[in-house]
Design a protein around this ligand. Structure first.
Ligand code: HSE
Length: 311
């Protein structure tokens, strides 16, 4: 039996513009790393966190990684197991790129591997959702499901959970920019109205169906014209500096679509070519810099692999 393991889990783009809480995809970078070691004493502890500027709790009951591992151990009846966790944050916190999900999924994948896979990878999802609940007050699955399953994922239903892995065109690249302003998911969720107008709902479900059809049909133009959000984006866009200007710049560079990643402040565009994606990022970064806002960018194809053992 393995005594220690190192796992990487990917960042994710949730909502994918029109699919609030029901669509998400994983990317190749960034992501987080977890090293988990078995110990002689019972229970789960966090021994070290790097890359978080001291922002994440070391208390095992409050940290999403350790807390979800505790739920898992309880469920499989192995609370006698002792592990300590090093969490290496390799991605920004509060960025809208599924930072807590990447850590939580890495931790759950690690414990399941260390114990000889008592559960299938997909069965880890409810424990990862517990981590999201701890992080932002609601156990949404549109970051944790793609981080765990890899690829492009639809949460068809929460109760009961029904997760569908969607196909996607091979030549679809995400250009992602994180403007360095803080937008906690908890706050960004609270600002959304709980009721929607029927006329907006009609537009939205047409677009969700159009996006899913485009993914199945390999039709990038249909994907692009379906990625419109009349419900959440108009409210949340105010949290993102010059959001509509950034959108205009991305579309001018040849983006297929543009929107908020998760609850923001990261934004993302789809492009048919990695060079176009690089150009989009460059333009957006330049504009943010003219507003005195620093940013970090990534270009990635969709990551179909999900979490992986790296040591
Ligand atoms: N669906 C979630 C939200 C994703 O938009 O609040 C958070 O990353």
């Amino acid at each position: 039996m393995k005594e220690s393991i190192k796992v990487f889990a990917p960042a994710t783009v949730a909502n994918v513009v029109c699919g609030f809480d029901v669509l998400g995809f994983a990317v190749n970078e960034p992501g987080d790393e977890v090293i988990m070691r078995r110990t002689d004493k019972d229970g789960v502890s966090i021994s070290k966190i790097t890359g978080d500027d001291g922002r994440l709790p070391l208390d095992a009951g409050k940290n999403t990684v350790s807390a979800s591992v505790q739920h898992f151990l309880k469920y499989i009846g192995r609370e006698d197991v002792g592990v300590e966790i090093d969490l290496h944050k390799k991605m920004p916190i509060g960025s809208g790129l599924g930072s807590s999900s990447a850590s939580t999924v890495a931790g759950l994948f690690a414990i399941n591997e260390l114990l000889g896979k008592p559960l299938g990878v997909k069965e880890l999802l409810p424990f990862a959702m517990k981590g999201e609940e701890l992080a932002c007050g609601y156990g949404h699955a549109d970051n944790v499901a793609p981080a765990l399953y890899g690829g492009f994922v639809l949460i068809r239903s929460y109760e009961p959970l029904d997760i569908i892995r969607l196909p996607h065109p091979k030549d679809l690249y995400a250009a992602i920019v994180f403007p360095q302003v803080d937008v906690p998911t908890r706050d960004a969720r609270q600002m959304i109205r709980s009721k929607v107008l029927l006329k907006d709902a009609v537009v939205q479900w047409g677009n969700v169906a159009g996006l899913v059809s485009g993914l199945f049909m390999n039709d990038i133009d249909l994907i692009g014209r379906s990625m419109k959000d009349v419900i959440v984006e108009p409210v949340r866009s105010i949290l993102i500096p010059d959001f509509y200007k950034l959108k205009e710049l991305a579309l001018e560079c040849g983006a297929v679509s543009f929107g908020i990643s998760g609850s923001g402040p990261s934004v993302f565009a789809f492009a048919k070519d990695p060079q176009v994606a690089e150009n989009i990022n460059e333009k957006i970064k330049q504009h943010l810099s003219s507003l005195n806002i620093g940013s970090i960018s990534y270009v990635s194809a969709i990551n179909d692999e999900g979490p992986k053992t790296i040591g």
